[in-house]
Design a protein around this ligand. Sequence first.
Ligand code: CMX
Length: 393
Amino acid sequence: MRGLPALIWDGSVLDAEEGIRFRGKTIPDIQKELPKAPGGQEPLPEGLFWLLVTGEIPTQEQVAELSKDWAARAAIPEFVEEILDRCPPTLHPMSQFSLAVTALNHNSAFAKAYQDGINKKEYWGPVFEDCMDLIAKLPNIAGRIYRNVYGRGKLPAIDATKDYSHNLANLLGFGENPAFVELLRLYITIHSDHEGGNVSAHTGKLVGSALSDPFLAYGAALNGLAGPLHGLANQEVLVWLRKMQEKIGEEPTDEAVKEYIWSTLKGGQVVPGYGHAVLRKTDPRYTAQREFALKHLPEDKGFRLVGQIYNLVPDILLEAGKAKNPWPNVDAHSGVLLTHYGLTEMQYYTVLFGVSRAFGVAAQLIWDRALGAPLERPKSYSTAAIQKMFKDK
Ligand code: CMX
């Protein structure tokens, strides 16, 4: 279905050459225009959510109110805490994440309103409440998973005076490091939305079109994000880099790296973090992270290796002749930044992508229900029917 116009998605539009625009604004635009935390330089994701939903740049005060509102909604039900505490640490963090988000449907305002016979013109109201709750509760879920799986002690309480990313950093145990907090602000902002056709966004929209509430819809979206060709690629990139370093050393020569890339391709595997279904240039989300690294960690060995690979992979993918886009995507860069600050557990990385992507999916769910978007139900054909259709052509 590539290139087939099929969906309405207002928060963002992706241009193959230029990359993403959020309500018409590029990543450099939003880095400039969205409100920042006091002393911070990166945009606050609260502002991005405001922009996605309303199409307007919020004021500093509006963003501060949103931080407070989310902090007030952040607690998760005790039974969801218990579900997470009972998960074996060997259960992938993304599976735990989707379990917990799905279970939040227990308290869905929309599901209740529907049972109570709400008029369809009013759907958007309880969906808005659910979406606000969903986003607000993700840090507590993500933090609990991190601490449970990696034995990082008890979860601290949400601090109502801090912004969303600062609270998430606190819950993960990195809140004392201002550079990490800034990284999370940038990370959530750039991972939030990538128009409507990618697997996670489209899944959220599709499931929402059945009037499943936002928790059920986003739980489904997370299961799509957990695939290695989509969000899990950020984990896969780090796994691939580690394996490469084990084999050819921490600071390998270009020749050794090239050989390793070719061995990946010849083994029938993809080079994770490279290629894209829509983009045909270097992903501006990659560039934004590269610029962050140049500013904060230019000497980091992992960053230097990512840069070295960037100089080598595109030519090899072009020579191999299959991939339509040989350039890096967002996932090629995010892992080394997290690793630099001590968040080294790669299996956890897609959870942070999952926290971020909720912003875009939630914004569209609100609009879908406000506009009365219909049930999504494309036509399918059997192979035999398609063969018959084209037999004489
Ligand atoms: N390494 C090796 N082969 C690649 C490749 C890569 N990075 N990217 C594409 N190809 C191959 C495809 O597997 C396909 O091969 P077959 O014809 O044998 O099936 C061929 O090139 C054509 O693929 P395409 O049209 O260029 O790409 P698709 O739209 O089918 O897939 C994507 C896009 C992202 C899944 C693919 O580029 C890929 O697998 N990349 C690596 C995984 C990755 O980084 N995913 C994250 C994307 C961003 C995100 O969603 O988070």
